[in-house]
Design a protein around this ligand. Structure first.
Ligand code: HEM
Length: 478
């Protein structure tokens, strides 16, 4: 009896939740061809143009069909806020199963609720201001050795920056004492996984990038389990690195520890989230500064003042100094805006949702567009111009979301910015760079980067630079 009345109440509840949805129509737009939808149109051109074209035709909320899924695209600050913040509980993160398998299904960004919150707290704690302050010398050492390797040679900027962000990722995740051969094993397998992650998944064929990556992922799991086992046997889990943080993480007050698989999936998840993203933005910064010599001079002037303050680079850069670089900070923000390397994100409606009189059906994907906000003349005057001075005034709330927003917003944004500040400091005070075949074309890898990853040659600056081999401060940090 009680059960029957509970069922009736639940059904009534469901009806009242769903009531506003009845009679609503889908947003305007086209679902394209059967099965293929509009996937070919999206991937055969710059995605920003695909979206801009539809925004013009249909307005800020429209439907499409990509990668085998019906989607509602939303492109206003209000709609992005609704999906990511105010009604975030109605939209769950969603990724293709092949990608989830590659990273590891227990990585935090695939989850919602308690487990997500627990992992997020751990990651945010590891990336808190105290930890970042302690990271400055390690980032500085990684930057110094990356630039030393590049010096006097022509190389692909993006590949060089990927190596830098990998090194920073490894030192922050595993601490300073990671043996070189283990780091090399991690690097080799990580890059095989990354290649497979970005390839078309064809399971069962052993020679495909995808199958190779699955095997490399298994090897990475074994390497991580090995590192954890050594730490346990030494009774030293690690103080302030992410691995130690996760190994010590308990559910509630002294509750259950995380399993090795949970830890491994989150370690690789964070490394993935941190690496290509930061490397792409760093590559864009080098391009934008190269193309704007006056701005480069202004950044150099600001950084030379810090360099002089540090006794000509003999003293290490400090966290406080990185907070006093307004011009360089503006260049970073403007690069994040103009490059907009994360064009959009994906969510899935967990129930029918009404928005602005339209229906977003349960199970449909929802794509908040970031790049079109960043490139809208309504929010950013002359949006295609690289103009860091626009960040002298804070952008309108909700219009600048390079790191997303809400419960899944990027917890690594301050570390990413720190890497950019430290790289710029070292780069402009000690070096100059020549871009081979300058071009405005874009390569997708999968994030947008300047054509071919920006081939460039790095040269020692003739005036005001430090001596070969780096300053004593760098040598000490390395
Ligand atoms: C310029 C560099 C970066 C950019 C542009 C960027 C951007 C983003 C964006 C837009 C999201 C939200 C995605 C969504 O809502 O679906 C995100 C999430 C995330 N990012 Fe970053 N990110 C960067 C660097 C980093 C770094 C350095 C780390 C770690 C050290 C990191 C770790 C993460 C993690 C763990 C998440 C998932 C958070 C969650 O689901 O709760 N990111 N990032």
């Amino acid at each position: 009896m009680l059960k029957a009345s509970m069922r009736r109440r639940a059904a009534a509840g469901r009806r009242s939740e769903r009531a506003p949805v009845q009679g609503l129509k889908l947003p305007p737009g086209s679902l394209g061809l059967p099965y293929l939808g509009e996937t070919l149109q999206l991937y055969s051109q710059n995605p920003k143009i695909f979206f801009a074209d539809r925004l013009k035709r249909y307005g800020e909320v429209f439907k499409t069909h990509v990668l085998g899924c019906p989607c509602v695209v939303v492109a206003s600050p209000e709609a992005a806020r609704m999906v990511l913040v105010s009604r975030a509980h109605l939209f769950k993160p969603t990724y293709p199963p092949s990608k989830e398998r590659m990273i590891g299904p227990q990585a935090l960004f695939f989850h919602t609720g308690e487990y997500h919150l627990r992992m997020r707290r751990a990651v945010q704690g590891w990336l808190g201001p105290g930890a970042l302050r302690a990271m400055v010398p390690h980032v500085e050492a990684a930057v110094a050795s990356t630039l030393r390797r590049w010096e006097g040679r022509e190389a692909t900027t993006f590949d060089t920056m990927k190596r830098l962000t990998f090194d920073v990722g490894v030192v922050s995740i595993f601490g300073r004492l990671m043996p070189e051969h283990v780091k090399e094993e991690l690097r080799t397998n990580y890059f095989i996984v990354e290649k497979g992650y970005n390839s078309f998944p064809i399971p069962g064929l052993p020679w495909t990038c995808y199958s190779q990556a699955i095997k490399a992922r298994q090897r990475l799991g074994a390497i991580l389990r090995g590192i954890m086992s050594v730490r346990r046997s030494m009774n030293h889990l690690g103080d302030d690195d992410l691995l130690g943080t996760l190994m010590r993480c308990r559910d509630g007050d002294g509750g259950e520890a995380l399993s090795d698989d949970q830890i491994a999936d989150n370690i690789l998840g964070v490394l993935f989230a941190a690496q290509d993203t930061t490397a792409s933005v760093l590559t864009w910064i080098l391009k934008f500064l190269h193309d704007n010599p006056k701005l480069l001079e202004a950044v150099k002037e600001e950084q030379m003042a810090v360099y002089e303050e540090n006794d000509g680079g003999r003293l290490p850069l400090t966290w406080t100094q990185t907070k006093r670089m307004p011009m360089t900070q503006q260049v970073i923000l403007e690069s994040l805006r103009l490059a907009s390397i994360i064009t959009f994100t994906f969510r899935e409606a967990v129930e029918d949702v009404e928005y602005q009189g339209f229906l977003i059906p349960k199970g449909w994907k929802v794509m908040p567009l970031f790049s079109n906000l960043h490139h809208s003349p309504e929010f950013f005057k002359d949006p295609h111009k690289f103009d860091p001075s626009r960040f002298t005034v804070a952008p309108r709330p909700g219009t600048f979301l390079p790191f997303g927003s809400g419960v899944h917003a990027c917890p690594g944004n301050d570390l990413a910015k720190l890497e950019m500040l430290v790289l710029l400091h070292r780069l402009v005070t000690a070096y100059r760079w020549e871009v081979m075949e300058p071009s405005d074309e874009v390569t997708y890898s999968p994030f947008p980067v300047p054509k071919g990853g920006l081939r460039a040659r790095l040269l020692r600056a003739t005036a005001g630079g430090v001596e070969d081999g780096g300053s004593p401060a760098m040598a000490a940090a390395a």
